[in-house]
Design a protein around this ligand. Sequence first.
Ligand code: PLP
Length: 411
Amino acid sequence: MSTTDVDRATTHADEMGAPVDLDRCPLMPTYGPPRVAFVRGQGTWLWDRDGKRYLDLLSGLGVTALGHSHPAVAEALAEQARTLLHVSNLFGNDIAWQVATTLDRLVGDGEPAGGQVFFANSGGEANECALKLARRYGGRGRHVVVSAYGSFHGRTLATLHATGQPAKHEAFQPLPEGFRHVAWDDLDALAAALDPTVTAVLLEPVQGEGGVHPANAEYLQGVRRLCDERGALLIMDEVQTGLGRTGRWFGFQHFGVVPDVVTMAKALGNGVPIGACWARADVAAAFRPGDHASTFGGQPLATAAARTVLATMAAEDVPGRAARAGDRLRTALTGIDGVSGVRGLGLLLAVELTGGRSAEVATELLDQGVVVNAVTPTALRLAPSLLIDDAELDHAVTAIAAAIATVGVTE
Ligand code: PLP
């Protein structure tokens, strides 16, 4: 690496918004320079260092599904911090048992699904668990995992290879062996890829990072059939879609399929890092003590947050709220000049812009105090709190219309 590269990576403290007068950036240059640093959040709103208020339509990329600083979650965290933050997984933890039991019921759409849960600390780790479990279940010689182009499954070496975006692979070759990619929503392509070395198919019910593309019901039902015929597991990556966001507890519940393994993370802790991998009991039984572990996974603090998040979600009927709010938002956005379409499920939506230039529109919105994400060069992603109210939704629609008009992409 040249001195110039090193200089560029370490001397951009100002550009990165460092709060003190640092002469070098103390953070690795994995993220671009932010335009704003937020210091406080409440419900659907954020505040920056200067006290400016923003409507948050992104919720930390689908994480703060109950909004910022939810009082019940804050209280659960404070109470647990005063009681017991952490013990090793060498010992029992009643909270993890409770959360696992609730998750099993949610995977079963209200009825116990009869599966088991491993707790991790992120979506990537939840998927790592699923990949290792699929290898353990398949056994030697049956270890390949097939996923779709356009997918996103994480940034660890294995989940990076599962991610169907070859451009992201290049710098990190050689990646772990045993991954194969097929065209999204193409059953023939999947059928051709499912040879006897394949242990699992890994799919998102809605490709999130790939641009918010929901699967077709016939496709997912066909995938389920093919997996059954060829003896492969169906793993659903619900890291972004899970826990109410799409208008059901899990995205797969829209499509009339039941997966063998389900991974989740983002919304589970409402901002506290926690991930989970659920598997059918006979699949989970492939793991033996010592096969997989995590120091922090399932610790009392994170699971106390998750327990309160899940109880609050049930009390507020967040799937129902997300479905209703999503319908309202979709209808209103569809009528805007410069919007050629709105796709997604519930409150995970992409707004396709007639004139593209989504990054410019997102920047204009940020300047106007609204947080969105340019998920593709032509589309904005919206993933607000599932408790967003009608007035906030109307504010969002007005702001998006104004930003599109200002950037001038209405033609
Ligand atoms: N899977 C999906 C579908 C995701 O959207 C993401 C993150 O955006 C991940 C996995 C990775 O999760 P994490 O960043 O928590 O490791």
